[in-house]
Design a protein around this ligand. Structure first.
Ligand code: RP5
Length: 152
């Protein structure tokens, strides 16, 4: 089964990512969620990202708030597609996620990461599904079913 890793910069980001977890589950996509900060636990991030291919992951979703370096750092350690989610927590940094948005979207040439909307957790799951659908029939069918139901 296709495997998606959801990496969070902090436990405090978990609630924002719930729609991502729910959507992957609804589409039948195996996933794991791990908390690892690019700033507070850089060695853990390196270890996870550098071994992600060998451990069977196919797409990585990385979510963080404030100076959100997690998606870019993960992308530096793996060639897997990385989908960034800028996080704005209620009562957070005071700039409504603009800090995280710009930190993720303004990657320098050479190491791209996709960037969803601020708190765009559901779309991160759907974008991961679109990538996996290129290869996995079961995911393509589930994604098309979701879109038909959404239209209806
Ligand atoms: C970021 O800083 C995290 O992704 C989180 O959004 C923000 C605050 O983290 P905590 O201080 O709540 O752990 O690294």
């Amino acid at each position: 089964m296709p495997r998606v890793a959801i990496l969070l910069g902090s436990k405090s980001d978990v609630a924002v990512l719930e729609p991502c977890v729910e959507t992957l589950a609804a589409l039948g996509i195996d996933h794991e969620l791990h908390v690892m900060s690019a700033h507070r636990a850089p060695a853990k991030v390196q270890q996870f990202a550098a071994t992600a291919v060998d451990n069977g992951f196919e797409v990585i979703i990385a979510a963080a708030g404030m100076a959100a370096h997690l998606p870019g750092v993960v992308g530096a350690w793996t060639h897997l597609p990385v989908i960034g989610v800028p996080v704005a927590q209620p009562g957070g940094s005071g700039v409504s996620g603009m800090d995280a948005l710009l930190s993720i979207v303004q990657m320098p040439p050479g190491i791209p990461v996709a960037c969803m909307a601020v708190n765009g957790a559901k779309n991160a799951a759907l974008f991961a599904a679109a990538i996996l659908a290129l290869k996995h029939d079961s995911v393509r069918e589930a994604l098309l079913r979701f879109r038909e139901e959404q239209s209806a």
